[in-house]
Write a protein that binds this ligand. Structure first.
Ligand code: BTN
Length: 247
């Protein structure tokens, strides 16, 4: 029997948005929704899959994307994607705000109060197409994660319990994201920079990122950290940070 897509309702009743979700395509299985977006995307298109066979994470990592467990999707933009590093984590946080409190770990991971990562975001650009890939762990049990991730990653269900509907969550994220993208297209990235920096709570913190250690003195308009290392300022564009002054 043909299994119905968990996202069928979204296609039948598209979200009330202006840009994000103008077109929604669903797959049972795909290599990576980001790859599909880079090849075939158009402005505002959303690609969502129940399973990815070659899901990509930041810094060359694999993103485990088993069927039935998570929300794996990409939104395509036909521009350089300015402001998306700020808009995307805030959109996910705000979409879930009535049900849980998420904090942003620079640059755009979303963590639960207990520090477990539930959502990762991967922005990629090719020519004039930017793809915003979001992976949200929804129904995983602890054992569904590979052993090396079991203490670091969690899902909404494993950490918070209760019933979660991927289609409803996706609708709420797309709606939130659309509002923020409209704001960027209207007013630029500045209105989102301070809320994002505050959500990250990183200014003034002592961190380590790769071989650099120092205190974060500011965040630039691209979301890069300006780190006072004691021997001058260092700009950190990407990487994995560790807090040296507590969690
Ligand atoms: C990270 O490493 O934290 C980013 C993970 C991003 C995963 C999402 S799932 C949907 C989209 N397609 C991909 O191949 N990756 C992103």
């Amino acid at each position: 029997m043909e299994r119905q897509s968990p996202y069928r309702d979204l296609q039948d009743n598209p979200p009330d948005t202006q840009i994000v979700g103008r077109e929604i395509v669903t797959f049972d299985v795909i290599d990576s929704t980001n790859t599909h977006g880079l090849r075939h995307g158009r402005d505002g298109m959303v690609i969502v899959a129940d399973r990815q066979t070659a899901g990509r994470g930041r810094l060359g990592h694999t993103w485990h994307s088993a069927p039935g467990l998570g929300l794996w999707f990409t939104v395509v933009f036909e521009d350089k994607g300015d402001g998306l590093p700020f808009a995307a984590p805030l959109a996910v946080r705000d979409a879930l705000a009535e049900r849980c409190t998420l904090r942003v770990k620079w640059p755009n991971d979303l963590l639960l109060q207990n520090g477990k990562k539930v959502c990762g975001i991967l922005l990629e650009r090719r020519n004039d197409i930017t793809v915003l890939g979001i992976g949200l762990n929804v129904h995983h049990a602890r054992d569904d994660f590979p052993p090396e991730l079991q203490d670091k990653a969690g899902s909404l269900e494993s950490e918070l319990g209760g019933a979660w509907d991927r289609c409803e969550i996706l609708r709420d994220i797309l709606t939130q994201l659309d509002g923020k993208v409209m704001l960027i297209r209207d007013q630029g990235v500045e209105p989102l920079r301070a809320p994002w920096a505050e959500a990250c709570g990183i200014i003034g913190r002592k961190i380590q990122c790769g071989k650099h250690t120092g205190t974060v003195v500011n965040i630039d308009s691209h979301g890069a950290l300006i780190l006072n290392t004691g021997g001058g300022d260092q700009i950190i564009h990407s990487g994995v940070i560790t807090y040296l002054d507590g969690d």
